[in-house]
Design a protein around this ligand. Structure first.
Ligand SMILES: Nc1ncnc2c1ncn2[C@@H]1O[C@H](COP(=O)(O)OP(=O)(O)OP(=O)(O)O)[C@@H](O)[C@H]1O
Ligand SMILES: Nc1ncnc2c1ncn2[C@@H]1O[C@H](COP(=O)(O)OP(=O)(O)OP(=O)(O)O)[C@@H](O)[C@H]1O
Ligand SMILES: [Mg+2]
Ligand SMILES: [Mg+2]
Lengths: 174, 160, 174, 160
């Protein structure tokens, strides 16, 4: 049991460091990244104690996840969720309003990360978002609205036929 | 690109037949609060075999559109899925009433299967529902942001 | 103990119905409102059982709070939080990102409600928000940014000197 | 209009002296994630007497700006408050180190008071900190949205 746990712990900890760095890399030079680490409070008896989640947001100092701001916590928690499984065998990812606490900069970093994953890991994304700076850069919009009898109605709009928004494309190209 | 289309009938807030898609590599679902966006995600996890109780604590009956015929509902969700060899599969699940009890059954390309056979087929298609790693539900990120060290241990254990 | 509880329960339940109706009233005619109710699962032994929180969002049907969508739940939970105390003796209210899950319509309804409370109850509001459609209509902006050494810096900008945004003003005037 | 100004020195992410305000009837605090907006709210509840542990689970030491002199910090928050008769009060609280222990003390218009006297004065000004009804903290609404019936009973009992 302990060896299974330690094996998973190592894998998740590695994933987390990579994913958090990708999710927090600045949008402009010098492209500083944040770093995140998992450490066992009691390496001899991992089940008796917790796992510490330490984070250094880009250009900030070392702190436990519970000392971060709301948005910084969300980014770290998202990176952790993604790191649990990795992406080796993921055909699709469906995300429901994960950007609720994000400011503009973090939304663009998420957008960049999603676009990168569609290329590098060939993952299909279906993302529910209320943020226009995010969904305006997807390939397809599925609009849901309510009829007067309060049933749902869907409308589909392809966006990849339109000319790209030059400014944002440049920002997330890196 | 794997999920091509979603076909829904009388499921949650979707009355009658709705065809959603075709989905592309990066699709976004947008709309006002309460319009039915998360219900689409519910339709996808439903057809892939999640128990009703795992769909926001519902019973099968709660998943049937409230205005549908409650004696003889014909609710279904069909997911058009293309595998890595470009072959198209239609994964289906419906809700019916037998002896006054709500039940659901599964189909792949219109052939009825048991729940176990259906899950086995999904695994062969590369969809491992037990891993829950394909979905982040509304509020998950905020909940996880507030976890304690011992809870993280638990999560890692669950995964290993 | 029981009579204290029932007295508070009655007051809170009344407040909730009023506040939820105010927070959900439509922005355009016919100005339908939602309605919300608290009911005791066991009126004889209120402490042994829970309180049911039933909600009818505008133009929708009756349901328990846990059946609502994310945004609808947030609006109901916010109304409940406000109803716990009422506003008789509230000099100021400080709200930290309460609109995270709100769509455009709910943000405008919140804006209208805040403006109304400043007039009717003479309450001073200090609201932290990431949503421009909300904060663009306040009297004063306090912008916080990070210096390169990651310390905080504040800048104040009075907005009530600028000409109002006609379209939104009209929407929230009711 | 009651809170007129906030004067902060070496508190959390605010290094040196900062004067925030003057606040109007409806003021908004804006800025990127992690910039220090919630820290302003923390400054307000701090000066009004919240225990450090109630400020996002901190100790007094955590509230001192990390780059400040840890041996002899001069951290303070001063709230300029105008009561309903238009009289201005300066409510203050500071953090100092005595015998290697972090302590805080209270002032009103530069006169030092005990914590109890300070709270009594606040009540006369119409600020009842125990009622917690003046603040909705980040994440409160989402947490409350997920409550169960029995938790609602508990909340009402706390209030009554
Ligand atoms: N069986 C049903 N019949 C009819 N309507 C239903 C049924 N089940 C749920 N609904 C409705 O679906 C709505 C919730 O939809 P959903 O959760 O998809 O909203 P959403 O678009 O995700 O909103 P948000 O942005 O607030 O998260 C609720 O208003 C609820 O009344
Ligand atoms: N004692 C301290 N010294 C220096 N910096 C501190 C101290 N305490 C907290 N901080 C910093 O303050 C930041 C958190 O600020 P705050 O919570 O106010 O952000 P915010 O603007 O509310 O962000 P969000 O929009 O994400 O909620 C953290 O990055 C943390 O490192
Ligand atoms: Mg939703
Ligand atoms: Mg904050």
């Amino acid at each position: 049991r302990k060896s299974l746990f330690l094996k998973a712990f190592k894998r998740i900890s590695k994933n987390l460091t990579v994913i958090y760095a990708e999710l927090t890399k600045e949008l402009e030079p010098p492209y500083h990244r944040g770093s995140a680490h998992l450490s066992l409070e009691d390496p001899m008896n991992p089940f008796n104690a917790g796992v510490k989640f330490s984070v250094i947001p880009p250009n900030k100092r070392f702190q436990e996840i519970d000392q971060l701001s709301g948005g910084e916590k969300s980014v770290a928690a998202l990176a952790f969720t993604f790191s649990l499984q990795g992406f080796k065998s993921t055909p699709f990812l469906i995300l429901d309003e994960i950007d609720a606490a994000f400011d503009t900069e973090n939304v663009l970093k998420l957008l960049r990360w999603v676009r990168n994953k569609t290329k590098v890991n060939a993952i299909q994304f279906i993302v529910i978002s209320l943020k226009e700076i995010f969904f305006a850069h997807s390939d397809l919009l599925i609009g849901i609205c309510r009829n007067t009898d309060s049933t749902s109605q869907s409308l589909t709009l392809a966006l990849d036929q339109l000319p790209p928004d030059e400014a944002s494309e440049k920002l997330i190209a890196n | 690109m794997r999920i091509e289309n979603l076909e829904i009938k009388d499921f949650k807030s979707y009355s009658g037949v709705h065809t959603i898609g075709p989905f592309k590599t990066f699709s976004c679902v947008i709309g006002p609060n309460g319009s039915g966006k998360s219900n689409l995600l519910d339709a996808i996890i439903f057809v892939l075999g999640y128990k009703a109780t795992a769909i926001r604590g519902s019973k099968l009956q709660d998943l049937v559109y409230i205005g549908a015929d409650i004696v003889n509902p014909k609710t279904y969700v069909k997911l058009h899925f293309r595998d890595q060899h470009n072959k198209l599969y239609v994964l289906g699940r419906n809700i019916t009433v037998k002896n006054k009890r709500f039940e659901s059954s599964y189909t792949i390309d219109s052939k009825e299967l048991s729940a176990q056979e259906f899950q086995k087929q999904l695994l062969e298609l590369g969809i491992n529902i037990a891993s829950k790693s394909f979905f982040i539900f509304q509020g998950d990120v905020e909940n996880h942001a507030n976890r304690h060290p011992k809870e993280i241990t638990h999560e890692i254990e669950v995964v290993s």
